[in-house]
Write a protein that binds this ligand. Structure first.
Ligand SMILES: [Zn+2]
Length: 676
């Protein structure tokens, strides 16, 4: 379980150069900062901003993603050009993968041959006993249908990896999309059914057969959705922790031949009849339902469902007709109008498939060692500032404070890139193979790497994001914060900018990740990453009462049209935003200690520039479709509310901009949501 700061799924073009510090041109000074700080900081930009046709959003993070993509483009072109001459085999593999992705003629010529054998295996299912093997085969290919398995840190034995079974297998973005009864959901389900049917026609079905098969897929997925846990329910770590032995697993889901499943996945230790090694079943009710479907769902429904998920997974890598059909449906969900250029799709796919090979070359070109040292210094200052805040908390007892400080002191800090890069020697890819074949080979390689960790000691030094990623995360089971090189660039971090800008930018991101260790989920894990309650009952009660105010606060915000932010779904992120900003501010003040006070710049005090840098880091414009999708499925509030929701709880913000009680950006003490 990892908690990230951003959620970015595509790359965007850069039309603005990187700006050092606060950009005056982005401001809307006709809007008072105490009335709407997001608009004050970004309104000038918002007035003229447009979202390019191939993009779901525009703004600061998107521009950085795009600058990074340009850098990756250079790395990948060089790797593909040097296929015969590259010194090392990993660079050759990276070049071959990218070259095959760019080779649209080869994809056209190959048609569906890369998945021919698997399509045949699905078509040949005549007995229920054959289902287990085919499900395991899809999982091995990296396809999460109808369930999936990962190796993750055992939340109650954090030095060991445990196999975790998860609910999966839905083609729409969330279970609720199947179950909501409103006109928008009805029309989306119709569009999805038509999309599934058209894809079956591309596989050669007659229109009538394709419609029948698509209806079967919809019935099957609706049955899975009905037994799937909601996103909010899954936020409770205890609710998704159910360790089971093979025997117990077989009792829960008897129709699935588990020994055969684990054998087919290549994890024989779990398949042994007397295996005492537990697995965690995250969603038992889902597995129980899946077993019932193995028992009772018509086999033609199963064949349609499995065939759909196989082709849905590889469609973006097949011939142009599949790519276009896949894009048309996904574009509708996010509101985008056209495809990204092929090189951008291939750069993103290369980052997914060979992220450490790409990341190593990326940091050599883009990330100077001095940046790593400077960011570590900021992280250390944040950690010290957070410790001081914990000591000063009025609502927490000394005994819980001592535990919190131990946990904070034990946080593992990962900055820029991993100390050890992943080894790709076991991966076979070829520049002359169809792209889909290379993609499936890479997905299988990654899945096998994952499965090999089950039962093994945890490697705390492994990274779970690639170095070029514009994002960051906290993982409560390893008690680590990770900041890839991709986000350690303007406007978030600029070695040449002054401290107000860097603490308001990357400082608030670092504070956000540190606070995740103490949000409503993170606080349930101890310094060693174990799910263990270290709170007194009274302190826990006080925390919950404060957190409840944060839920209420964000429930009050409208994301788009009449759709409100889901305060329960976004609670952990909002706590991290509110706390992270305060910690970053304190750390900034610490950084100034003993130095002459910095002068004003452009008429702004250092404190005002800190908050402006924070708000301009969230400068963004999202398509309404994307806002809707994110509000229903994403644990982060929309950017406007991440800014205004945070600053309105900050007394330091009110002081910096001379806001008064009654201003929109000032929440009074009685409803204020300060926790950390
Ligand atoms: Zn977060």
């Amino acid at each position: 379980m990892r908690r990230a700061v951003l959620l970015l799924t595509a790359v965007l073009p850069c039309t603005l150069s990187a700006q050092r510090g606060v950009n005056r041109a982005y401001l809307d000074t006709t809007c008072a900062p105490c009335r709407n700080f997001f608009t004050y900081a970004n309104g000038g930009w918002l007035k003229t901003a447009t979202i390019p046709a191939a993009y779901a959003s525009a703004g600061a993070a998107r521009e950085l993603v795009d600058r990074n993509a340009e850098a990756l483009h250079g790395v990948l072109d060089d790797a593909a050009a040097g296929l015969d001459t590259a010194r090392d085999s990993t660079t050759r593999k990276l070049g071959a993968f990218y070259a095959s992705c760019m080779d649209s003629a080869r994809a056209e010529q190959a048609a569906t041959s890369p998945i021919y054998d698997d399509l045949q295996a699905i078509a040949a299912i005549r007995k229920r006993s054959a289902l287990t093997g085919v499900i395991a085969r899809l999982n091995l290919l990296g396809i999460s249908a109808p369930l999936y398995i990962l190796a993750e840190v055992d939340p109650k034995e954090s030095t060991r990896n445990i196999g975790q079974l998860y609910q999966g297998g839905l083609g729409l973005p969330d279970r609720d999309y199947y179950l909501r009864a409103d006109p928008a959901s009805d029309s989306l389900r119709l569009a999805y059914g038509a999309h599934v049917a058209r894809t079956f026609e591309l596989l050669g079905d007659t229109p009538a057969a394709a419609r029948t098969a698509a209806a079967a897929v919809m019935r099957f997925e609706t049955a899975l959705a009905e037994s799937s846990m909601t996103r909010v329910a899954q936020r409770d770590p205890e609710a998704v922790y159910h360790p089971k032995t093979l025997r117990e697993l077989s009792a829960l889901a008897p129709a699935i031949d588990w020994p055969r499943y684990f054998d087919a996945l290549g994890v024989p230790a779990l398949a042994a009849p007397k295996s005492a090694q537990p697995l965690n079943v995250s969603q038992p009710a889902f597995l129980h339902q899946l077993s019932a479907l193995v028992d009772r769902a018509p086999l033609d429904e199963w064949r349609a469902y499995l065939r759909w998920h196989l082709v849905d997974n590889v469609a973006p890598s097949l011939s142009a007709a599949f790519v276009a059909e896949d894009f048309a449906f996904r574009a509708r969900l996010r509101g985008v109008k056209e495809q990204l250029p092929r090189w951008k799709r291939c750069a993103a796919a290369s980052d997914d498939a060979l992220g450490d090979a790409l990341g190593k070359a990326y940091v050599e070109r883009e990330f100077p060692p001095a940046s790593k040292a400077r960011v570590l210094e900021i992280v250390n200052n944040l950690q010290a500032a957070f410790a001081e805040r914990i000591r000063r908390l009025s609502w927490m007892s000394d005994s819980t404070k001592a535990q919190a400080l131990t946990k904070l002191g034990a946080v593992l800090k990962k900055i820029g890139y991993p100390d050890r890069w992943k080894d790709y020697s076991g991966l076979t890819v070829s520049a002359s193979a169809p792209y889909a074949s290379n993609l499936l080979a890479a997905q299988t390689f990654e899945q096998q790497r994952e499965l090999a960790k089950i039962g093994q000691p945890v490697d705390r030094y492994e990274w779970h994001m690639t170095a070029p990623t514009v994002n960051a995360y906290y993982d409560p089971t390893t008690n680590e914060i990770t900041f890839p090189a991709g986000i350690l660039a303007p406007p978030y971090f600029d070695p040449a900018a002054d401290d107000a800008v860097n603490y308001g930018g990357i400082g608030s991101v670092i504070g956000h990740e540190l606070t995740h260790g103490f949000d409503d989920q993170g606080r349930q894990y101890d310094a060693g990453g174990n799910l263990r309650d270290w709170w007194t009952a009274e302190d826990a009660r006080r925390f919950q009462a404060r957190a409840e105010r944060v839920v209420t606060q964000y429930n009050g915000y409208v994301a788009v049209d009449t759709l409100h932010v889901n305060g329960a779904l976004t609670l952990g992120e909002n706590l991290a935003d509110i706390g992270g900003l305060e910690i970053a501010y304190d750390a900034y003040e610490r950084s100034l200690a003993g130095k002459p006070r910095p002068g004003d710049v452009d008429g702004f005090t250092p404190e005002q520039r800190f908050f402006l840098a924070f708000a301009q880091g969230w400068r963004s414009l999202l398509r309404p479709e994307t806002l809707r999708l994110r509000t229903l499925t994403n644990s982060h509030a929309p950017p406007e509310w991440r800014v205004n929701g945070s600053v309105s709880n900050s007394p330091e913000f009110a002081r910096a901009f001379e806001c008064r009680a009654g201003d929109a950006m000032v929440r009074t003490d009685s409803v204020g949501a300060a926790v950390w």
